[in-house]
Write a protein that binds this ligand. Sequence first.
Ligand code: PLP
Length: 234
Amino acid sequence: MNAIADNLQQVRARIAEYALRHGRDPAGIELLAVSKTKPLEAIRAAWEAGQRAFGENYVQEGVEKARALSDLPVAWHFIGRIQGNKTQAIAAHFDWVHALASEKHARRLDRQRGDRLAPLNVCIQVNTSGEASKGGVEPKAVAPLLSLVEALPRLRLRGLMTIPAPAGDFAAQRQPFHLLRELFEAHRASHPSLDTLSMGMSGDLEAAIAEGATLVRIGTAIFGPRDPSPGPGQ
Ligand SMILES: *Cc1c(COP(=O)(O)O)cnc(C)c1O
């Protein structure tokens, strides 16, 4: 078995183990394979091992990969920070966006999505750690953005997402995820299309599952460590 298939199997086993440990149904947790900086062959290997959803952080790289792998029926998730001059490419080539954090970008993505494609699935990124560098809207700014996304016809409101600051122990890792989950529960009654809590990466997977993650974004544990980032402007 190749290393990626092996890693995928281990990540799936960990998800199942953590779900059961925290009283959850493993079937309620989707695995997004974060393939940023990784070559096409790595994505194909994951696909052959049954993986069907992939996350990319850099627009150009993601678009090129989606084009090169257009024979594979997979869902492409844009999980990077959104830049205004890249919304057209995001709207045209991705199925999901995880880090929406501004009304302006919501309106642009809606306008640029067009009628040919299914509505773009959207998660709103929330800043749960008070660190500006992590991006996302403040918890109190979530409500108006939810209402706007829900009202835009070519966007489909799906969930909330967060990227916490690194935390030392398990209890500290849970805190930002707990906050996101509380926000999620609070807004669900008035926004019934909300069904996705996008939280948890390779290093804080169990904490995210303990707090109710329905979609975990895993790169390193599947594809191995990444080379240094491809540079500025992305
Ligand atoms: C890179 C990245 C991940 C995956 O991180 P790993 O630690 O490699 O699992 C998840 N989410 C976002 C937003 C990322 O940028």
